[in-house]
Design a protein around this ligand. Structure first.
Ligand code: F6R
Length: 609
């Protein structure tokens, strides 16, 4: 979704803004723009399309100045166009702002402002908000008071970063339910949607709370509450380094992140494994809480939901506690009887996904304890959850998640193991063997990557394919969902994951000659079941692509291609089986010459419904 940036300091703002916006490109966008407050005038440059087009355009323009704001827009209200691109200005261009999110009551605001003589030039919801801020600024002559009055009237979720022409060297901001952080450097300060945009300049950041006003001056950052009183705030140090957000020699971030999975898995496990034992007290899962938990809800979207699907099988099997997985977008609007002794686990890489956040708040309303499994430190879900398990994936730039998915799996395994241990549903021997095995996953992931070159050749067969099926049962079905999503989201090859037993109930009619039918076979008690389903697909012309555990003999003569993964405890098999599936999606997308890291219509962090 949109990326936002503000800067004030001694450097040319346009350069800082363009390089910072480039770091936010991964969020997804269709237009870009900057505004520079130079002395007492504001200059705006913006256009539809990529940042490079903006860079090209401003080469010969006057964009000098050391204070400014920038934006990459992902269109919601109004098509991508030069006019709808941000920054958006007031009628007299004295108040100029960039905005993420949605102003839900923009029609009413427009009507009110039209009554006061305001004219509207764009189709955006943002323009109503900017002109409302301007309306109050003209009365109050004070940026803070204008922002407070305006946001009391604006409905929706948003983050605004604003320049006022009469306040040179100052950048103002406010957020509600969308991320905004402030960075403090030597003689300069920043506002940004996420840390990756400013990491190369500073690691000292403030995380803004909802409805908090922030004012930037060179090297000074101040916060105010909704009554206009100054608020003290703690500075945090970001541990990610700037290199982590670079491609590091790989052609795409996705490939780099696929190769970072062993490290992400190791570090995530290492975060809760100290002196030879797992300790979940720090993430709020004391033995007493585990014992009093009667039910678990796992709530998430997209790939994070697929992690939940794996976790459901693993937790139920190991800890014998009922687990429901819920799509956050459904959970938030469903009326269902809930159990006060339940634990809701919200899984989210970004920690900002609008549906996951809303679902978590709903769980709170029902009096249910929440645990966030979150990657981005200081994100809204991390701050609002009762407790947090931070995954240690590091910044994930590619829109299609890989290393965060793998890190989330580890967090879920550890929770499953601990529940099982405390509830006495597995014995010490099993627990110890799982502890040993989970620590071997990183080297096994790397071993798979070493042997994965062959997948590039197989993927080339499907460069013109139209449809694919991914089949599995139990944990393998959960992995199939993720493999199928990886294929469709970056290669645009229509793909469906199907619980293999459902094939005969309809989907089998779609199988055509040469169609990719991927089967996941890591659960030994189900080898023969899935083998039968795959043979049915083969006899109808499907290309049988198997990911199975070494040692599984099923289909060795019938499959068109088999990729073997190392043996592991079968509860952990998803961590290995997903790797070749990520690579298949990647290689098909590359063969189709697509923008792997920024697939069309998708955004990294889905901060609107
Ligand atoms: C797919 C993908 C998405 C996210 C989903 C949730 O590759 O990345 O499906 O998993 O949008 O995002 P988070 O985890 O940030 O809540």
């Amino acid at each position: 979704m949109c990326g936002i940036l503000g800067y004030t300091g001694d450097h040319q703002a346009s350069e800082i803004l363009l390089s910072g916006l480039a770091k936010l490109e991964y969020r997804g966008y269709d237009s870009a723009g900057i505004a520079i407050l130079d002395g007492d005038k504001i200059k705006v440059e913006k256009n539809k399309g990529r940042l490079q087009a903006l860079e090209e355009k401003i080469k010969d323009r006057d964009v000098a100045g050391t204070c400014g704001i920038g934006h990459t827009r992902w269109a919601t209200h109004g098509a991508p166009s030069d006019l709808n691109a941000h920054p958006i200005w007031s009628d007299d261009m004295t108040v100029v702002a960039v905005h993420n999110g949605i102003v839900e009551n923009y029609r009413e605001l427009k009507e009110k402002l039209s009554g006061h003589g305001y004219k509207f030039y764009s189709q955006t919801d943002t323009e109503a908000a900017v002109k409302l801020i301007d309306y109050y600024y003209k009365q109050e002559k004070d940026p803070m008071k204008a922002l407070i009055s305006a946001i009391k009237e604006i409905e929706g979720s948003y983050c605004f970063v604003v320049l006022f022409q009469d306040h040179p060297g100052e950048v103002w901001g406010v957020r509600k339910d969308l991320p905004l952080i402030a960075g403090q450097g030597e003689g300069e300060s920043f506002l940004a949607s996420d840390v990756s945009a400013i990491l190369q300049y500073t690691k000292q950041v403030y995380y803004l709370d909802n409805m908090e006003i922030v004012q930037l001056n060179k090297g000074v950052v101040r916060f105010f509450d909704m009554d206009g009183y100054a608020k003290p705030k703690e500075l945090s140090e970001v541990t990610w380094d700037a290199q982590a957000a670079e491609k590091g020699g790989f052609e795409h971030f996705m490939m780099k992140e696929i190769h970072e999975q062993a490290r992400a898995v190791k570090d995530t496990f290492g975060a809760v494994y100290h002196s030879g034992a797992i300790n979940l007290n720090e993430i709020g899962l004391t033995d007493d809480i585990i014992k009093s938990t009667s039910q678990i809800y796992i709530i998430a979207c997209g790939s994070a939901y697929h992690v939940g699907a794996v976790a459901q099988y693993v937790i139920e099997d190991l800890a014998h506690i009922p687990v429901r997985i819920e799509l956050a977008s459904e959970f938030r609007y469903r009326n269902m009887p809930t159990d006060k002794n339940a634990l809701a686990i919200i899984i989210s890489q970004s920690g900002e996904t609008a549906d996951s956040l809303a679902a978590m708040r709903k769980a709170h309303e029902h009096g249910i304890k929440t645990l966030g499994i979150v990657n981005v430190v200081g994100s809204t879900i991390a701050r609002e959850a009762d407790s947090v398990f931070y995954t240690m994936a590091g910044p994930e730039i590619s829109v299609a998640t890989t290393k965060a998915y793998s890190a989330q799996l580890i967090a879920c395994y550890v929770i499953a193991m601990q529940f099982a241990k405390v509830l006495g549903t597995i014995d010490d021997e099993k627990y110890e063997s799982m502890l040993t095995e989970i620590q071997k996953l990183p080297e096994k992931i790397d071993a798979i990557l070493d042997e994965s070159g062959v997948l590039k050749r197989v993927a080339a067969r499907f460069v013109n394919a139209k449809n694919a099926f991914y089949l599995g049962r139990n944990i393998d079905y959960a992995v199939a969902m993720e493999g199928s999503l990886k294929m469709k989201e970056i290669s645009y090859l229509h793909s469906e994951a199907i619980a293999a037993g459902e094939m005969k109930h309809g989907p089998i009619s779609l199988i055509e000659k040469g169609m990719l039918v991927a089967g996941i076979m890591t659960q030994s008690n189900l080898y023969q079941k899935i083998a039968s389903n795959m043979l049915e697909a083969k006899s109808r012309g499907g290309y049988i692509f198997i990911v199975s555990t070494r040692g599984c003999e099923a289909l060795k003569d019938e499959a068109d291609f088999i990729f073997h993964i190392p043996e592991t405890d079968e509860h952990f098999a998803a961590s290995l089986a997903v790797i070749p599936l990520q690579l298949m999606g990647y290689y098909v997308a590359v063969a189709r010459k697509l923008d792997v890291d920024k697939p069309r219509n998708l955004a990294k962090s889905v901060t609107v419904e």
